[in-house]
Ligand binder design. Structure first.
Ligand code: THU
Length: 160
């Protein structure tokens, strides 16, 4: 038996003001759309803003359902919308902001496992890394240079 070690590296910004202007603006759009989330059950609101290589920005917020698993995360609402409307565009950056109705979250909130797998499909397909920025409502922003950091040993079409 031997061990392998898989490491991930993230950049940490003390606040969104430390981001490049374009990214700060993208995060601003994620924060704005987060406020429109339909989250009556969890009261946890997430917003995602995607910048495409054609300059368009596609937005998403989490959409819940009384049958809980029928709801969808903000990241997948946004990325599926981008794939549906601009199937030939490459995804350059995704900004994510999340918070709860009853407390302001200051920890960076990363995308869930299912969203990571969904983002992986697009990164693999376009063969260009996707920058992912995530934060709470305030506080630090984490940046991943590629989805691969968030999903080591990822499953992709090469295994099929
Ligand atoms: N949620 C997201 O929108 N994105 C994630 O990556 C994690 C969770 C949503 C799903 C659900 O509406 C609420 O947050 C609580 O899990």
């Amino acid at each position: 038996m031997k061990s392998i070690s898989v490491t991930s590296t993230f950049s940490v910004f003390d606040s969104r003001e430390d981001l490049a202007l374009e990214v700060n603006e993208l995060m601003g759009q994620a924060i704005k759309i987060r406020k429109k989330a339909y989250a009556p059950y969890s009261k946890f609101r997430v917003g995602a803003a995607i910048l495409l290589d054609n300059g368009k920005v596609v937005l998403g917020s989490n959409q819940e359902n009384a049958a809980y698993p029928s709801g969808l995360c903000a990241e997948r609402v946004a990325i599926f919308q981008a794939g549906a409307i601009y199937p030939d565009a490459k995804i350059l950056k995704i900004a994510i902001s999340a918070t709860a109705d009853d407390k302001e979250i200051s920890d960076p909130i990363p995308p869930c496992g299912a969203c990571r797998q969904s983002i992986a499909e697009y990164e693999f397909r376009q063969d260009v890394p996707i920058e992912i920025y995530f934060m709470g409502a305030v506080g630090k922003v984490y940046k991943s240079d590629s989805l691969k950091n968030l999903l080591p040993l990822m499953f992709d079409k090469n295994f099929l």
